[in-house]
Design a binder for this molecule. Structure first.
Ligand code: PLP
Length: 394
């Protein structure tokens, strides 16, 4: 697979301002911010696009410093926190994307500007996950729910062992396998092997998508809602081994048929354009961080200090998940005195740490610490937990 990333370096001037400060649109900038040569197998490979736009001169610099202090640490399970630099970049491009005179929200999904965006997003995701050439990458809608492997799109004549996250606990480990049962995979590093050639592994990776390297070749289908680790809600990403595409049962609705989307490069109908753009910015950011191995190290560190705080609290806090299957992304915990839980959530919110209330079916607290949660957020939470314990007789 050959991918020239050189063109990716040629980006437009980053501009930002609120609308009244817009001054002039002068310089011309090459913004081929995507590989000019895409993978042979890219769904967009046929016609690389290069576009030229005017850059925009703005009077006021971005309010980066101010916005950082205004923000909370958001521990929500999804939609979840996004990287601050990605939000600021999106803000700077919101009104006039790289000098093209319109917002990404206003672009035709068939126009050259948007095509360049979606191509770059696919290419970067392929780079990040080292996606083999025989896999299609699709940007879809309908959430992880609509992409459930129980959808008729790929299920004809196949037995599908399902790997999914433990949603209720917010876990990211392998917990379920259909139609055969299999024990949960404790390490998350090895996946259950298909029992025979008619079995394919289908993984709902919504909770931990792009949080660590994954051997895509072990899977038939990977799908994930973007709203936890890689973007806003509204985009669902599916990575599908090409030979599995095209097995839809006759009554499959077109929007659930992966072949329709693969044949149309995710552009069968209007896609969630802005969400795909945001995912693309997140992918760029993950690459800039050093790729998924580097990201995994950061995630391990964050999870370690949080679990250590829970386990070292002498029972004041408890994690209901067995050590070997704990998630790096979603950390549920309870208080030995449940009557204090509401107070914990309330006080944390006052300290600008929000969305710590546990899943409605589990109770207690849950801290989602996806890729975009900074280490500082987890450190602040741990300091708060210790202080709360000291004040409440721990
Ligand atoms: C593992 C997992 N799968 C599926 C879903 C549902 O995703 P969606 O709302 O995108 O359909 C969630 C949402 O929380 C989830 O955590």
């Amino acid at each position: 697979m050959t991918m020239s990333m050189s063109a990716a370096a040629a980006t437009s001037t980053t501009t930002t301002a609120s609308v009244p400060h817009l001054k002039s649109a002068t310089a011309t900038t090459q913004i081929a911010a995507f590989p000019t040569t895409l993978s042979r197998t890219s769904t967009y490979a046929k016609k690389p696009i290069s576009i030229t736009c005017s850059s925009t001169t703005l009077q006021t610099p971005p309010p980066a410093a101010a916005s950082a202090t205004d923000r909370v640490f958001n521990f929500a399970a999804g939609p979840a926190t996004l990287p601050e630099n990605v939000l600021l970049k999106a803000q700077s491009e919101l009104y006039n994307w790289r000098g093209c005179g319109m917002s990404v929200m206003e672009m035709s999904h068939r126009g050259k500007e948007f095509l360049s965006l979606i191509q770059k997003a696919e290419s970067d995701l392929r780079t990040l996950l080292n996606i083999p050439s025989e896999y299609s990458v699709l940007f879809l809608q309908g959430g992880a729910t609509a992409n459930s492997p129980l959808s008729p799109s790929i299920s004809a004549n196949l037995t599908i062992p399902l790997i999914t996250s433990s949603r209720d606990l917010g876990g990211t480990r392998l917990t379920k396998r259909l139609p055969n049962t299999a024990s949960p995979n404790p390490s998350g590093a090895d996946y259950p092997k298909p029992a025979n050639e008619n079995e394919v592994l289908v993984a709902d990776m919504s909770s931990n998508f792009c949080s660590k390297p994954v051997d895509v070749s072990k899977f038939g289908v990977i799908y994930a809602g973007a709203q936890k680790n890689v973007g806003p809600s509204g985009v669902t990403i599916a990575i599908i081994r090409s030979d599995l595409i095209g097995n839809a049962q006759p009554l499959t609705p077109v929007m659930l048929d992966y072949k329709i989307h693969a044949d149309n490069n995710s552009l069968y109908n209007t896609p969630p354009c802005y969400g795909i753009y945001m995912c693309g910015l997140v992918f760029e950011d993950l690459i800039a961080q050093g790729g998924l191995s580097a990201v995994e190290q950061k995630n391990l560190k964050k999870a370690d200090i949080l679990y250590d705080a829970i386990d070292g609290s002498k029972g004041f806090y408890r994690c209901p998940v067995e050590t070997s299957v704990r998630s790096l992304m979603n950390v549920p915990f309870t208080l030995a005195k449940p009557e204090l839980e509401a107070e914990f959530v309330k006080e944390a919110a006052k300290e600008k740490m929000v969305q710590l209330k546990g899943h409605r079916s589990v109770g207690g607290m849950r801290a989602s610490i996806y890729n975009a949660m900074p280490l500082a957020g987890v450190e602040k939470l741990v300091a708060f937990m210790k202080d709360f314990q000291a004040r409440h007789g721990g």
